[in-house]
Design a protein around this ligand. Structure first.
Ligand code: URP
Ligand code: ZN
Ligand code: ZN
Length: 462
């Protein structure tokens, strides 16, 4: 059904103006100061956007949905993740394909696609993790890129699991350069973490509060420096995921100053939660164990200022949901066994709006840039996604800045059994969310069609 979004304030990464937006089929076809309903086909649905922002659908460049990890699986599937995303104003997901070292990469790509295809209600694409790199897998990565996955993921952390040797990392980054794909990277020194974990456990320091001390900021900064050294040698374009602290941001900026093509992502938990959450008694801290860990509060201003100055390109979630009642409990005796991750897919945009825009740390246009447009530009989706332009996909968020209410597990669509932001007051909510012209969510409720989401094929652009 054709759709007219009437009387709203259109806010993009670069512009902020009143306009009506008309969508025919799956795309935006008219943007005008005032569109007369009489000029539109009968049956056009009119959405009253008076007093509201009209934003391009938000893009989360870092989510985990199907994730075999630390002896368990992340709790969401594409249905619950799509509903959470849509309720929070996110219309496109970029999921990490994370196979084990013994798995064949092309099989993993097909498996991840098969998990998404029947259940996705948002559009989606993937970053392809390289967890081993030998002659056997070389051609498979070429095939995966040819099939439309134009970004790799590498882990410098998780020794003995997802971590790549330097030899393999160098070879994978060389292939990425040749193919023109960007390499996204989890930057923490795996061997340093392993040694620190062992000495903490040997000293009887087993609780979740020791997760942070096992991976201090310098360990992350070292990982960023290492990745950027290889990027400098090879010319590969790189993107540091979940960059959490001043030291790591500085390492990336120092590399950028040397001419390295490095983009920085930070994720919402690091902007609003600090290390004291992981220190909560009675194992509650396990709810807040993620990697890199939550940091000292002083780092939060560095991240907000990094977004404000646009040194930090994107704000993602690193949505990695694990239930407290059974999955987080796996680490009762040793923090090294607590599945790492925090669910934030539904909360991201409202947290950025509340703690970023309303707290005057960043502008509304910067929020749109960091939560939508930059991800589209860096990962080859722009201007189909991340824009409000004639010809762009009709992925729109009619956002109500006057809404007030708490975050809560009760209203969350994720299958995780707690909300890391429980009871926090939020300012703003996505009141209408469309994906390619179809309304998929209203006021936090899913009203769309499961399976409507499409795989987005991307061309290498780096
Ligand atoms: O704690 C995290 N971040 N869990 C998910 C896996 C990863 O490192 O992104
Ligand atoms: Zn990671
Ligand atoms: Zn992640």
């Amino acid at each position: 059904m054709p759709l007219l979004v009437k009387g709203g304030r259109v806010v993009t990464a670069t512009d902020d103006y009143p306009a009506d937006v008309y969508c025919a089929g799956e795309t935006i076809t008219r943007i005008e100061p005032s569109i007369d309903l009489k000029s539109l086909p009968q049956g056009t649905e009119v959405i009253d956007a008076a007093g509201k922002y009209v934003l391009p659908g938000c893009i989360d460049p870092h989510v985990h949905i199907h994730l075999p990890f630390m002896g368990t699986y992340a709790a969401d599937d594409y249905e619950s993740a799509s509903k959470a995303a849509l309720a929070g104003g996110t219309t496109t997901l970029i999921e990490m394909i994370c196979p084990g070292p013994a798995d064949e990469p092309y099989d993993a790509f097909e498996l991840w696609r098969a998990k998404a295809q029947p259940l996705a209600a948002v559009d989606y694409t993937f970053h392809m993790s390289v967890v081993r790199f030998d002659a056997k897998v070389h051609d498979q990565f070429r095939k995966i890129v040819a099939a439309g996955v134009a970004s790799f993921k590498v882990f410098l952390a998780y020794k003995g699991a997802l971590n790549l040797s330097d030899e393999d990392l160098f070879a994978a980054m060389k292939l990425a350069r040749e193919l023109g794909v960007i390499v996204t990277a989890h930057c923490e020194n795996a061997d340093a973490i392993d040694a620190l974990q062992k000495s903490l456990l040997a000293a009887g320091k087993t609780g979740p509060e020791w997760h942070g001390p096992s991976r201090p900021p310098v360990v992350e900064a070292d990982g960023v420096h290492h990745l950027c050294t290889f990027a400098e040698l090879l010319g590969t374009h790189v993107y540091t995921v979940h960059t959490s602290c001043d030291a790591a941001v500085r390492a990336a900026l120092a590399a950028r100053y040397r001419g390295v093509n490095v983009w920085i992502e930070s994720v919402i938990p690091h902007f609003v939660l600090d290390e004291t959450y992981a220190e909560r008694p009675n194992f509650e801290g396990a709810k807040y164990v993620m990697s890199p860990p939550l940091r000292a509060q002083v780092n939060q201003a560095v991240l907000w200022n990094g977004v404000k100055s646009r040194a930090i390109s994107t704000i993602g979630t690193d949505h990695a949901p694990f239930r407290f009642k059974d999955q987080k409990q796996m680490g009762r005796d040793a923090f090294t066994k607590i599945p790492n991750g925090i669910a934030s897919l539904q909360e991201r945009i409202d947290l950025v709006h509340t703690h970023g825009v309303c707290a005057e740390r960043i502008s509304l246009r910067t929020m749109v840039d960091a939560c939508s447009t930059q991800a589209a530009q860096i990962f080859g989706l722009y201007p189909r996604k991340g824009a409000i332009q004639v010809g762009s996909d009709a992925d729109l968020v009619v956002y109500d800045p006057a809404f007030r209410g708490p975050f809560s597990q009760a209203t969350s669509h994720s299958k995780v059994d707690y909300n890391a932001y429980e009871g926090w007051e939020r300012i703003g909510r996505a009141s209408i969310v469309t994906v390619r012209g179809a309304v998929q969510a209203r006021d936090g409720k899913f009203v769309g069609t499961i399976g409507r989401g499409q795989f987005l094929q991307r061309e290498p652009t780096h």
